[in-house]
Design a protein around this ligand. Sequence first.
Ligand SMILES: [Zn+2]
Length: 298
Amino acid sequence: MIAPHIPGFTGSPIDRADHLRRDEARMAELLRDLRARLLRLAVLDPHLDEEGRLGWGSLAELEAETELIFLGLHEEAPLFAPVPAVPPGQRAWSVFPLLNRMAAEDAALWGTARSLIEWHNRHRFCANCGSATVLFRAGWGRRCGGCGAEHFPRVDPVVIMLAEHDGRVLVGRQPQYPPGRYSALAGFVEPGESIEEAVARELAEEAGVAVSHVRYVASQPWPFPGQLMIACIAEAASDELTIDRTELDDAIWVGRAGVLAALAGEADAPFQAPPHFAIANTLLRAWADPLAPSARPA
Ligand SMILES: [Zn+2]
């Protein structure tokens, strides 16, 4: 492990208390517990107070017929999240300004709820037989009313990586990025692939770079809607690029000084760094300045 850099969406303070999810009697008690709290949401986005902390209400605020997820216990208080109906095409990006002022542990907790809410919304019907499913295991699964199949929240692994060559690393920009933004290249791990193979394939496909010596740096859950981002650094055989323009607008090699300038937000930096809550930021920081403390807000 390279660094004291802590990725965004990690560090949730709660006990997930998995053993309580299947205990219907204890779950009924927790629902009556006066300490129980319900996460306040505007569809998927959190309500934040002036200090950037998550808003919580009582279970009495839950609308009738709305499903409920047991998030876990925090200092013995049971925490729940509602499962609101999410309109198709709901975009994630409205939350990004909020994430800039959100406490790290709250971002982790909200991210967990967001991933689960989206998963419930997309799994109301059984992938096996098409019948309606119902929530079970206190929100950590759905069971089919037709064939009885049990479905569990999925996490999709994504590799995100820096190729390194002669003191420089490769960053690229996707068409939808804000002006000036470059980030680590990334892609979904495919069936039949190891992390190392996925890193090598993505770098070859998107930038024409051959790599070896893939090393793991850190991981983070990314709740848009449910990826596990696996951050790696790999050694490139050369700095020649063949950019796949359907994936990337551009890709550039940047040295340590340029990466540090970007992370510091300097006006003359060679690119604009990804936000602090994205693991690409953690990865760039870990590569450029392995001993510095995390720059994310406490
Ligand atoms: Zn079914």
